[in-house]
Design a protein around this ligand. Sequence first.
Ligand SMILES: NC(=O)c1ccc[n+]([C@@H]2O[C@H](COP(=O)([O-])OP(=O)(O)OC[C@H]3O[C@@H](n4cnc5c(N)ncnc54)[C@H](O)[C@@H]3O)[C@@H](O)[C@H]2O)c1
Ligand SMILES: [Zn+2]
Length: 360
Amino acid sequence: MRILQKTIIRPYDIVINNSFEGLKDQILTVSKPSGICIITDSHIAPLYLEQVKAIVEEIAPAYAHVFEAGEASKNIATVTAIYDTLLEYSMDRSGLIIALGGGVAGDIAGFVAATYMRGVPFVQLPMTIVAQNDSSIGGKVGIDYLDHKNMVGAFNNPALVYINTMVLRTLPQREIVGGLAEVIKHGVIEDVALFHYLMTHKESILGLDDAVILEMTYKSCKVKCDIVEQDPKETGIRKILNFGHTIGHAIETLSQFKYNHGECVAYGMCAAAFISYKRQLLTVDIVHEITAVCHSFGLLGFLEDYKVQDIWEHMTYDKKKAHGKIAFILLKAIGTTTIVTDISEEEVAQAMTFIKETCH
Ligand SMILES: NC(=O)c1ccc[n+]([C@@H]2O[C@H](COP(=O)([O-])OP(=O)(O)OC[C@H]3O[C@@H](n4cnc5c(N)ncnc54)[C@H](O)[C@@H]3O)[C@@H](O)[C@H]2O)c1
Ligand SMILES: [Zn+2]
């Protein structure tokens, strides 16, 4: 399967496959590099680095930079360490960077590729559900700064996204479940058919049934591509991809990453759905459908108590606020969103109470 992501400057392919066969040829269609740097993390390296290195070495001399796995590495220190590796191997603009990993590796490698020598092409080899369905597509790259998620970054499209769904078999269950929150999000904001597909294929998805995962990935990537195509720089419609993320990011930061990104997005989606209901935009049945789907995939587990004041403070720091206001995504129906800028601390407080009651 293949989706062409149309962009203003240069479109790129998202290839969805169930093996690394074809990877070499796909890279060769976009780049004939003089050298290749694979950027990956310490969990993925022992599992896949040799295999991928052997494939890309048929294209050009390849070397790797391995960083400590985890969100805590998504910082400027990791970026400068990678610059050092690139310099050590005399990487120049004729080289190629490969992001072999989840959203963390993809965001870091994409940022390095955007900034090293004013830009080196890069290829995304996404290894998690989050990365395969969301983060590898759309060109947002970056790192966290101090306490702020994704505070420093760029828009930098990859030359190619090559998805091998088989690698999900080594992904820890918790990461699979967390990642599915982003897929649920794509269904909720844009695609009723995807939402129903998730409802009706829960077991095959959690069992990583090959055909079902390929189909789900295709549908989910299509949602992301369609939205990004309409608004590559997030000045309008692309904001809807942040559904569940405003409160989700606040929880993610406050928990000091005890909960993974997707788990936090699930909490955030339910909070946003509840606020939509309180504003009489959404029926209570749909709020329940969304929480039910999240629960059925194992999301919405017990959430620790966080002060609403702290959540609110993080939300107001959020860089997505426009002219001092937070752009908050609400829901009118499955597949229909609306953006508001007048969300109040009181509404967030009510939503957090709802989440506490719903999550266990
Ligand atoms: N750029 C974007 O548009 C965008 C969108 C969504 C999320 N993100 C970012 O993505 C990040 C979260 O991504 P993530 O959930 O993929 O986290 P991650 O990259 O940390 O991966 C999760 C864990 O799974 C391990 N892992 C990855 N692939 C594996 C595999 N195939 N087998 C075994 N273990 C594997 C990793 O080592 C890590 O421990 C966050 O930083 C978030 O901000 C970015
Ligand atoms: Zn996300």
